[in-house]
Design a protein around this ligand. Structure first.
Ligand code: CP
Length: 301
């Protein structure tokens, strides 16, 4: 595996290897020392979970982590991101974690820099993809419900603008889960989806699923002409205790974070016994260690 850009570029056996490696790391087994491979993090959008867990993952593998602040770097003087990567690579950095508001920018950089030893890790690009989130999510699910061939999942929220929903569709498609229900108000339903069925009926969607994933209401991704009535959204789509009563007793409740309590999910459900939200955060460190490990194998081939 060279670069980590989107789940559809990774075959199912590679995904399974990443999951197994992440579980090994979680068990504290076979942790390599990669001190010769520095990593740079370039976050052009805010992040707590992804940025810190990539940094911790690098630390656990003894990889020096350099947090490049785009606001204080020479990009503020007009240097392009492409030239910044070449500059940092000349100092000996092969791995670059990039979060950016522009769809497909990590893929474009990986393509433009393919003849170098640079490897790009997509930490979320616009509305397009968030592949490491999909990996930590499937890791969290598999720990509880390993039989994916019978797994039923509902994803609720802004499917249209969600990079998390896009990467999860690709992940669930690759691993062949039984059913994916995508629930969104009509204005947030895309014309096409990679996997799953669309509906605007939350009540029916949660009835017999194994996992419910709530998405954050992303005000920053809505275009100026897209009106958002938060009260209407909350009334019809906020996951609450009534939905939990309708769902299976062992349903897992998940959310990629950051959570808007009381908007897409009630505060009580964030903290309830069936919530795996903090388990997702914990697994993010191991999933990201597995990603680094797979990319280092490519350098060593
Ligand atoms: N889920 C996620 O990407 O969270 P952060 O924005 O905090 O990284």
């Amino acid at each position: 595996m060279k670069n980590f850009i989107e789940i559809s570029q990774i075959n199912p056996s590679e995904i399974e290897s990443l999951i197994q490696r992440a579980l090994e790391f979680k068990a504290g087994k076979n942790i390599p020392v990669y001190s010769q491979y520095p990593v740079a993090g370039l976050f052009y959008e805010n992040s707590t979970r992804t940025r810190i867990s990539f940094e911790l993952a690098a630390n656990h593998l003894s990889m020096p982590f350099i947090d490049v602040n785009p606001q204080t770097s020479s990009e503020a003087k007009g240097e392009t991101i492409h030239d910044s990567l070449l500059t940092l690579n000349a100092m000996g950095i092969p791995f670059f974690i990039i979060r950016h508001q522009q769809d497909h920018l990590p893929a474009k950089l990986a393509q433009d820099l393919q003849h170098t030893n640079i490897q790009i890790i997509n930490a979320g690009d616009g509305c397009h993809a968030h592949p490491s989130q999909a990996l930590l999510d499937i890791l969290t699910i598999i720990e509880q419900k390993p039989n994916l061939s019978t797994l039923k999942v509902a994803i609720i929220g802004d499917i249209l603008h969600s990079r998390v929903a896009n990467s999860l569709q690709q992940m669930f498609k690759a691993l062949g889960i039984a059913e994916l229900r995508l629930v969104a108000p009509k204005v947030w339903q895309p014309e096409q989806v990679a996997f799953g069925t669309l509906s605007d009926d939350l009540g029916t969607a949660v009835e017999d699923v194994d996992v419910i994933i709530c998405l954050r209401v992303q005000k920053e991704r809505l275009a100026e002409n897209e009106k958002l009535d938060l009260q209407e959204y909350q009334k019809h789509y906020m996951l609450n205790e009534m939905h939990l009563k309708q769902a299976r007793q062992d349903v897992m409740i998940m959310h990629p974070g950051p959570v808007n309590r009381g908007i897409e999910i009630s505060a009580e459900l964030v903290d309830c016994q069936q919530s795996f939200i903090l388990k997702q955060v914990q697994n993010g460190v191991y999933a990201r260690m597995a990603i680094f490990d797979a990319l280092v194998q490519t350098i060593n081939q």
